[in-house]
Design a protein around this ligand. Structure first.
Ligand SMILES: NC(=O)c1ccc[n+]([C@@H]2O[C@H](COP(=O)([O-])OP(=O)(O)OC[C@H]3O[C@@H](n4cnc5c(N)ncnc54)[C@H](O)[C@@H]3O)[C@@H](O)[C@H]2O)c1
Ligand SMILES: O=C(O)C1=N[C@H](C(=O)O)CCC1
Length: 269
């Protein structure tokens, strides 16, 4: 009997799915026990290592998530919002830790995770990297230290395939800035200005999204006042940083009480 947690990767063929499979198989702290893709995907029924163009890994890609989760201690899920809500219920049934990297979830989809979190550990973050989670803390501190003479703008850039905006990370940074200022983000967010918008409103937090090429992920938090500017910046150059964070969360979640957590809990920031 091994105590090394078994991990299932959902969205196995995706950009993050493949990075997660490499990260888990290279780790001596976890075992890859399942790989899930959507029904009809051409990887279903194939060995996931071979489907990735490498050596067999002894794990067959399945479109039956519950069957895969039943053999695992954790599910790492970077897929799409509707899929993630479904996986939360199934991971709770299987008593697996559910690590959620999926972004673009609506408030209703986030609320739909709560019943699952009564039975299982959910770790969810729009960005699993150490650097961004530190930047979130710094953003909160800087926003708390400055008054509304400093206009706050969050500028993000990602690859051309990204489907949601603002990015999950940009929203984390915006929430941190709003919390530092003691306001609700929903009351002050200006998303992507266009046309005759009128002058900038004092105290608002702006969001701007660039999409192009293969940009892995870049985020600036700009604090601009008359006469000076502060820019807090994170640049990701390798998706491995997200996968390493997600694996850390899956291991940290073993033995925690059911509930919802984030990377600040995992990293102890
Ligand atoms: N939190 C983070 O640190 C972080 C980092 C990178 C990406 N992301 C997010 O992760 C998500 C995926 O990003 P990506 O670039 O890998 O996208 P991608 O499109 O390359 O991969 C998504 C995969 O999910 C699969 N999928 C969709 N529905 C499914 C279902 N019902 N069952 C099984 N598989 C299903 C797709 O077939 C695809 O292979 C996005 O929301 C992205 O924003 C988060
Ligand atoms: O590639 C993506 O998609 C990314 N999504 C996350 C986000 O929305 O912030 C993290 C960075 C990469």
């Amino acid at each position: 009997m091994t105590h090394i947690p078994g991990i299932v990767i959902t969205g196995a063929s995706g950009r993050m799915g493949q990075m997660l499979i490499r990260t888990v198989t290279e780790s001596d702290q976890a075992r890859l026990v399942g790989a899930v893709e959507r029904a009809g995907h051409d990887w279903i029924g194939r060995d996931v290592g071979e489907a990735m163009g490498g050596q067999p890994l002894g794990v067959t890609v399945t479109d039956d998530p519950l069957e895969a989760f039943a053999k695992a201690q954790a599910v790492i899920d970077f897929t799409a919002p509707e899929a993630t809500v479904e996986f939360a219920g199934l991971a709770a049934q299987a008593r697996c830790v559910h690590v959620i990297g999926t972004t673009g979830m609506s408030d209703a989809q986030i609320a739909a995770l709560e019943p699952a979190a009564r039975h299982s550990v959910i770790v969810r973050a729009g960005n699993m990297s150490l650097g961004v989670n530190l930047l979130v803390q710094l953003t909160k501190k800087v926003a708390a230290a400055l008054d509304e003479d400093f206009d706050i703008e969050v500028i993000e850039a990602h690859h051309r395939h990204k489907v949601d905006a603002p990015s999950g990370t940009a929203l984390m940074l915006g929430e941190a800035a709003a919390e530092g200022r003691g306001v609700q983000l929903a009351d002050v967010a200006d998303r992507g200005r266009d046309g005759i918008t009128g002058a900038r409103e004092r105290g608002h937090i702006g969001f701007h999204a660039i999409r192009g090429g293969d940009i892995v992920g870049e985020h600036d938090v700009l604090f601009a006042a008359p006469g000076e500017r502060i820019v807090l910046r994170h640049v990701a150059t390798d998706r491995a940083i997200f996968a390493r964070g997600a694996l850390k969360a899956a291991l940290w979640g073993q033995g925690q009480k059911p509930g919802q957590y984030d990377m600040v809990d995992v990293l102890g920031l």
